[in-house]
Design a protein around this ligand. Sequence first.
Ligand code: AMP
Length: 120
Amino acid sequence: MSYDETNIFAHILRGDIPCTKILEDEHCLAFADINPAAPVHVLVIPKGSYIDWSDFAQNATDKEQAAFTRMIHKVAETTGILETGYRVVSNIGQNGHQEVPHLHAHVLGGAPIGPMVSSR
Ligand code: AMP
C-alpha cells in the first residue's frame, strides 16, 4: 500500500484546509481533533508521509521518531494533563480501525478516559 497524498491530514499539512494548531516543530504537527472524544483530544502527526506506525517505525529517521515521541509529551504538558494522566492511542489498519491513512497519535485526557478497549 502506498501513501495516499489526498488524505485529510496531508491536506492539513499542505495548508489546504485549516486546523486548530496546538504545537509544531520541524518534524511534527499537533492539532485538535475535530470530533473530540475527551476534554483534551489532540492529534500528533509527523510531517513526513507515513501511513501508520509500522511504516513510520521502519522508514522514518531516528530524528523524526524522537521528535514524534517528544511532541506527544509536550502536548500533554501544554494542555495541562501531565499530572492527571492521559492516554496515547494509535489506530493501525483495518482491525485497528484507522480512518485516516497518515500516522497519528491521539492524545486523550482531561477526564477519566475509561476502559482501554470496548468489551466484545
Ligand atoms: P483514526 O480513526 O484513528 O484514523 O482517527 C482519525 C481522527 O481524525 C478522528 O478522531 C477524527 O475526528 C479526526 N479528524 C478527521 N478529520 C479531521 C480534521 N479535519 N481536523 C481534525 N481532526 C480530524
